[in-house]
Ligand binder design. Structure first.
Ligand SMILES: [Zn+2]
Length: 463
């Protein structure tokens, strides 16, 4: 039996239905989206704006516990950057247990849902015990990520990470021993996780290469071949070109800039997500944009790390796909990530409305362009089957409250500008994943327990 929801405004590609009627089947799939209900059917009314749930394309859930704990300098660390921050992250890795990982991830995933993200790509690299000995079940840590996603209820695209070297020509050491696998070991974890999909329709399993610093070309090719044999459509993610230091290391070790090397040697396509892709030359912008790969932008994390600016107007103008991730989780808010992406560029270029380009004389709204592009890119990178309120898509639905402060007085033309660029309060009131309401009137049934478990985990890790 299906349910028909009537909303004031229903987001559609290129516009809105006002009012809109969304029919959701018992299996959690959208059956119809129309401006009138099917005849003779009762409807459930929801006030507000219905928009598709966003896929968060890059997360390291455990790093949420570090947010706010590295914002200082010392005499020994007067110049702070990604590489010095990484030492603090490694100290957390040394203490992380399966239980604390699950507690942190459950909180992060709950936070994502609260801000309208209905699935997440977890780039998961802490596989082993401290010192590098595998757990009795080598997929133990990945299983804790799955358990956290089960508790929160969002879709999970789990990407076990191949991490074999501490840099080009350098062995892993210290905390990195918890990350390290050979190709065969990593593929065994992938295979185990694929067996966990029974009864979990919103669990996808792909594979990630940590970076071109952490895997050799031969290892990258072998891992991709192994993944392709299991699932030719599996998603493939990689950290790439986040810092100029990384670009220089890859250029000197492999003879080409990282994205150029990927284009020429592994062949990018729509299965790929290039996480960060901050530092691209013009030929890399053109090549990556034409390949169909998604640029995985993590604007607030990149800002906190001082990485640099992604060439947004150039890449977007070339038709490149991009989406947003919250990476080390300085925020879980769609609006904060998109705002810093657009406004960071405005600061740099000293002009307004950077991403929206005029077309046909009608106003083109930045909020709409930012939201729709990130939605499509996230959907491609996560392969969760949502991304639009259209028949056949998974029913991932977010209801924005028209009585929330940012949206007061706004109609469909400006509501996305108001949410993403114009206000502070969170307008997300209700969240559905795969046809199931997880948040109603801002309440998630597991919230108190998830928060309590996180508090215990944070005390255990930080005293
Ligand atoms: Zn990352």
């Amino acid at each position: 039996m299906s349910t028909i929801y009537a909303v004031d405004h229903l987001h559609q590609p290129g516009g809105w239905l006002s009012p809109g009627f969304l029919e959701v089947g018992a299996e959690g799939t959208i059956l119809s989206a129309a401006s009138a209900p099917p005849p003779g059917r009762a409807v459930e009314r929801l006030a507000g704006f219905a928009v598709p749930g966003m896929a968060n394309l890059h997360s390291h859930a455990f790093q949420r516990a570090l947010a706010g704990r590295t914002e200082f300098v010392t005499a020994a660390r007067a110049e702070d950057n990604l590489w010095t921050w990484r030492q603090e992250m490694y100290r957390l890795v040394d203490r992380l247990t399966p239980g604390t990982l699950e507690a942190i991830a459950a909180l992060v995933y709950l936070e994502m849902l609260r801000f309208g993200m209905t699935s997440v790509c977890e780039f998961h690299y802490v596989h082993h015990q401290p010192g590098g000995r595998p757990h009795a079940d080598p997929a133990e840590m990945s299983d804790r990520i799955i358990a956290a996603a089960d508790r929160a209820g969002l879709g999970l695209t789990l990407l076990p990470v191949l991490y074999a070297h501490g840099g080009i020509g350098r062995p892993v050491e210290g905390a990195q021993l918890r990350f390290a696998n050979g190709v065969d070991g990593l593929l065994r974890i992938v295979e185990t996780l694929r067996s966990r999909r029974a009864g979990r329709p919103a669990l996808r399993v792909g594979l990630a290469l940590h970076s071109l610093r952490a895997v050799t070309p031969a290892e990258a090719r072998a891992a991709l071949e192994g993944m392709r044999a299991m699932d030719p459509a599996a998603r493939l993610h990689i950290h790439v070109s986040e810092t100029t230091h990384e670009v220089a290391e890859v250029e000197s070790g492999l003879g080409a800039r990282p994205v150029r090397w990927l284009l020429d040697n592994l062949g990018l396509d729509e299965r790929w997500c290039l996480v960060h892709a901050t530092h691209l030359d013009a030929s890399e912008v053109a090549g990556a944009a034409a390949s169909g790969a998604v640029a995985g932008l993590c604007p607030l994390t990149e800002a906190t790390m001082g990485d640099g600016f992604f060439p947004l107007p150039e890449y977007h103008g070339a038709g490149g796909a991009w989406g947003i991730g919250t990476d080390s989780h300085y925020s879980a808010a769609t609006a904060e990530e998109l705002r810093i992406l657009e406004c960071g560029k405005r600061l740099q270029l000293r002009r307004r409305n950077v991403i929206a380009r005029p077309h046909d004389g009608a106003p083109v709204h930045s909020g709409r362009v930012l939201f729709d592009t990130a939605l499509a890119g996230g959907d491609r990178a996560a392969a969760q089957g949502g991304g639009a309120l259209l028949p056949g898509r998974r029913a991932d639905v977010v209801i924005l409250d028209p009585d929330s402060h940012p949206l007061l007085g706004h109609g469909p033309d400006t509501v996305l500008d108001a949410w993403l660029l114009g206000g502070t309060d969170n307008p997300v009131r209700d969240v559905m994943v795969a046809g199931r309401w997880l948040i109603r009137d801002r309440r998630h049934p597991e919230e108190e327990r998830i928060r309590a478990d996180y508090r215990v985990a944070a005390r255990t890790l930080f005293g």
